[in-house]
Design a protein around this ligand. Structure first.
Ligand code: MTE
Length: 311
């Protein structure tokens, strides 16, 4: 995600990607050589294995992006706006204990502890493509469960047309929240039928382990047919609403980031093309696919809609 800043430099242009990785590898190597147990990009909370994870049929069998890239090349502005900031500055963040407040247009609102929200028997591995609006992508083996399963427990009423999500607000643990780069707390939203779609998941892990802080511990959304910024991290509030809720990047730059934000190679970002993407680790760019390759499953959600208008 980019904040317009003079003279309009993309973060990816500030540090060349290959230089960036060789620098990280150098740091990692130096940490090991120096006897350090953890390199800066691996915070101490990551690592617990999740039990009973079953592979899921909606997974892609494309080559998976290595753990090191998934956990050190992040967008999580609460920890800073450079890609390496979340790994470097999320060590103080405490993802446990955790609870989520669910409210709004539903019969059974309430505050639920993480342990009661996540049943270890329903954890699945969903290997999904993640396509960021900045035109890079990864393939990530998430561990999670259908968002619909969580939402249905609170019995949304027929007035629930949208679902709004909010990230935790903890400036003492999230240094980026002390700066007004975005309006805090980060918020996102989906239409109710999008939220109930079987591809949309709540993720609690990756590569079979609990989510590292930088990836949105302990609980984050993953909506694989939308640009990455819809996949809000470290969620503490879910609200069923009658009206379309505000979303952080739309507030920040309404001409650039719409509410729907479906991956669409035919609709360019005002400042760059969305037709191609670079898979992290690849040299050559590849074509971006409509709905990030999930068109067969989700295109019907948008039939009759002008996707240029509803970007
Ligand atoms: N959620 C919060 N709370 N804050 C953020 O800055 N960044 C978004 C999204 N969720 C963001 C967030 C963006 S732009 C992307 S691309 C994905 O998280 C990145 O997820 P990853 O770091 O696990 O790859």
């Amino acid at each position: 995600m980019l904040i317009r800043r003079p003279p309009d430099i993309k973060p990816s242009e500030i540090t060349d990607r290959d230089m960036y990785y060789s620098r990280r590898q150098f740091i990692a190597g130096a940490a090991v050589a120096g006897g350090a147990l953890l390199w800066p990009g691996r915070n101490a909370t990551a690592g617990a294995k999740l039990p009973n994870v079953t592979p899921h049929k909606l997974s892609t069998n494309e080559e998976q992006t290595p753990w090191e890239y998934i956990t050190t090349y992040n967008n999580f502005y609460e920890f800073g706006s450079e890609k390496s900031d979340p790994a470097d500055y999320s060590g103080k963040f405490k993802p446990r204990p955790w609870s989520v407040a669910v409210k709004g247009e539903c019969a059974k609102p309430g505050v639920v502890n993480l342990e009661d929200l996540v049943s270890p028997h329903t954890l699945e591995e969903r290997v999904y493509r993640l396509r960021c609006v900045e035109a890079w992508s990864m393939v990530i083996p998430w561990v999670g469960f259908p968002l619909a399963d969580l939402l249905q427990r609170f019995e949304p009423t027929s007035n629930a047309k949208y679902v709004a999500f909010t990230t935790v607000m903890r400036p003492e643990e999230m240094p980026g929240q002390k700066r007004r780069v975005l309006e805090w707390p980060y918020c996102e939203g989906l239409r109710i039928d999008e939220a109930m779609h079987p591809l949309a998941i709540m993720a609690v892990g990756l590569y079979g382990e609990e989510l590292p802080n930088q990836n949105g511990a302990p609980l984050r959304l993953v909506v694989p047919w939308k640009y990455g910024f819809k996949s809000i991290k470290s969620i503490v509030k879910i609200e069923f609403t009658r009206h379309q809720p505000p979303t952080t990047w739309n507030i920040s730059a309404p001409d650039e980031y719409g509410f729907y934000s479906n991956v669409n190679p035919e609709v360019d970002h005002p400042r760059w093309t969305q037709a191609k993407e670079r898979r992290i680790g690849d040299f050559l760019k590849r074509e971006t696919l409509m709905f990030n390759g999930y068109a067969d499953q989700v295109a019907s959600l948008y039939s009759g809609m002008d996707l240029r208008k509803y970007y």
